[in-house]
Structures are given as C-alpha cells and as structure tokens.
Design a protein around this ligand. Sequence first.
Ligand code: PAZ
Length: 378
Amino acid sequence: GTEQTSWMPTLGRPVMRHKQYHHHHYRSLISQKHAPTMMPHLEAAENDYFTNNPPPKDIKANITLAREFVGRHADDGRRVVLVTSGGTTVPLESQTVRYIDNFSAGTRGATSAEYFLEHGYAVIFLHRQFSLLPYSRHYSHNTRSFLDFMKEDNGRVVVDEQHQDEMLRVLRQYDEVKRAGKLLILSFITITEYLWDLREVAKLMQPLGPRAMFYLAAAVSDFFVPHDRMVEHKIQSSEEFSQSAGSNNGKPPAARTEGRSLIIDLEPVPKFLKQLVDGWAPEGMIVSFKLETDPSMLVKKAQYSLEKYAHHLVIGNLLATRKWEVVFVSAMEGEKWIRVPRHRRTKSFSGVESLVGAADLQNHESGRSLVADASVPH
Ligand code: PAZ
C-alpha cells in the first residue's frame, strides 16, 4: 500500500538527498559526504576492534536466526527495522563480577517496536538481556507483580476484570505478530556483544536495500575496557591480593588497586555510526538517538551528530524529560519538538509511542499526523 512506500523515494543516500533538499543544515552534509566514504583509518579502527574483542558465544546462532528472518521478509517485500534497546555493559573482569552499566530500561525501544509492528514492519529487536520487551512490557518491570493482574476463579487462574480489556488487546496484537513471524528477539549484555550483533545483523540486512531501517535507541557505552587489557579474575580490594600487573600482552591492565582505591582506565569505544552509515548499511534509513542531561547541549550535539555521520535523523532527548518530549533533528526539517502531555504518563506509557512515524518524516503530511497521534489518549 502507500504506507509501505512513503519514505522510500527519498531514501537513497547521499545522492537523492542533495538532489531534493535545500535545507541549510543539509549543505554541510554535502561537503562531508564528498569526502571518500569509509576512510582507511575508520576501517582500520573497525578491524582493530573486531580483531581484538572476540564475538559473543551466540553470534552464530544470532546470524542464523537473522538470516532466515531477513530472507523471509525480503521475499515478501516487507520493510524490516532493527530496533536496538537498553543499555550496554562494560565488564571490568573477564570472569565478570563487576561491570559498568547505565540507566536505560528499554522503554523507548520496546514501545517503538510495537508501533513499528503495527505499521507493517518486521522487527529485529536487539535488546539488553532482561530489559523491557514489546508487549510483555505492559506487565513486567512494574512496581506490581504480574500476579497482581490475576485472580483465582473456580480453581483456575484468570485475568481479573479490571485488566481484561487492556490485556485482551495486547494479547491479540502479540499473538498476531507471533503468528506472522514478524518479531525476532535477540539479546546482548556487553558493549562488545552489542557491536558484533549490530554489525552482523546490519550486513545481513543489506539485500533489503532501502527497505531496511535502523532505529538505534540503545544507550551505548562511550568508554570500555578492551579485551587485551581486561584482568581475568575478580578485582581484589587490597593490594596484597592483587593480580600481578603486565600479564596482558605487556599492556597495562585497565583496572588495578592503589592502596585501597580502585583505579580504572577506560578507553573510548570507536564511533561505529560512520561505519554503519557508509559501510554496513549503505542503503538503509538510519535513525540514531542522542541523550543528554544538559538542555543547552541537546540540539547542538544532535546537529553535530547528524552532520558528522550524514544519516537521516537524530532524535534528541533529555534524561529527565525523555518520556514526554523529544526533538527530531533532520537535514530536511531542522529541529522539531514532539511533546505529549506529561500528566498522561502512566507506567505503561512511553510518551513517544508515535515516534515510529520516524519513517514518514520525509513526508510533511505524515509528519503532522505524527504529532497529532501523540495527543490521542491510549
Ligand atoms: O531505555 P529508556 O526508555 O529508559 O531510555 C531511552 C534512551 C534515553 C536510552 C533513548 O531514547 C536514547 O536516547 N538512546 C541513545 C542514548 C545515547 O547513547 O546517547
């Protein structure tokens, strides 16, 4: 139908974009894009990272699942979106006792996945293990237990009256998605697992051409401990028991105790968005998220990211207000805020559910309905 193709005509990058748009933000993108794609030093950084940080144990299984999923939906001419969700961890030890984590609960990703499914997409949901999942999110991770939605009725367990309508609606959507095989759930824990999965799945999605979308809502670590600087065993709290330094290929271990303090030396995670845009998913539509806590930084940083990576859309949000306001920053439309009333926020309401319309952002008409959607009570 028309919905299936509304964003496709303008998707090609970068040629189609600079032919069609004259927005001032866009000019800087053009000059960026005239630089050779895949700079050699970026490729070197990629090779370096993936050579030195081994793949997760389940990478082969994930590739097999994703290949089958993408192949099936490609044959059906369906759009496929890879939604990333939840936070990545940074382990401090190979036998991991301690790790660095972040706040993300996976609300944005899980909620958006439901909306993509509702809009006809097949969804690969790459999420942090045990973070929120589409559909079940309505009943998990709550202050209430799922058992609080149940009652006993003549020796059988049933959903209590009060939750019947809502749960029936959710269950029907979930069953339909399962029946049609439109949702593939993959999981990661660490930053390295996430990057391996992202790269491999993105490459598998290449045959989809412009029918592939990447919706990168996961909160990805900026700093990490490289594999060759990670200590093997649990970090000890006193120097007497500390492991001897210098055992990792001559490289200094990233974590050591000094007196009673723990010193951790983290390295930057290479910025892989450039590789995704230019190398792994050259034809896909790419939507990234930018999280800040300082309101004066948000739009600036989102614009910077858009110009640097020359992808389609950056959705900016602030930690404190992320459930009810976001800003879309795109070459075509500049800066556009989307807000939903704050008081309607409930446990199961993400506040940005209609963001799934991101796919239609290149179409002014539906851009408006997106905002309107946001004010319809659920
Ligand atoms: O997972 P959540 O719903 O609690 O939060 C969503 C979010 C803030 C992680 C997401 O909207 C986002 O901005 N992700 C990118 C974060 C970043 O790496 O900048």
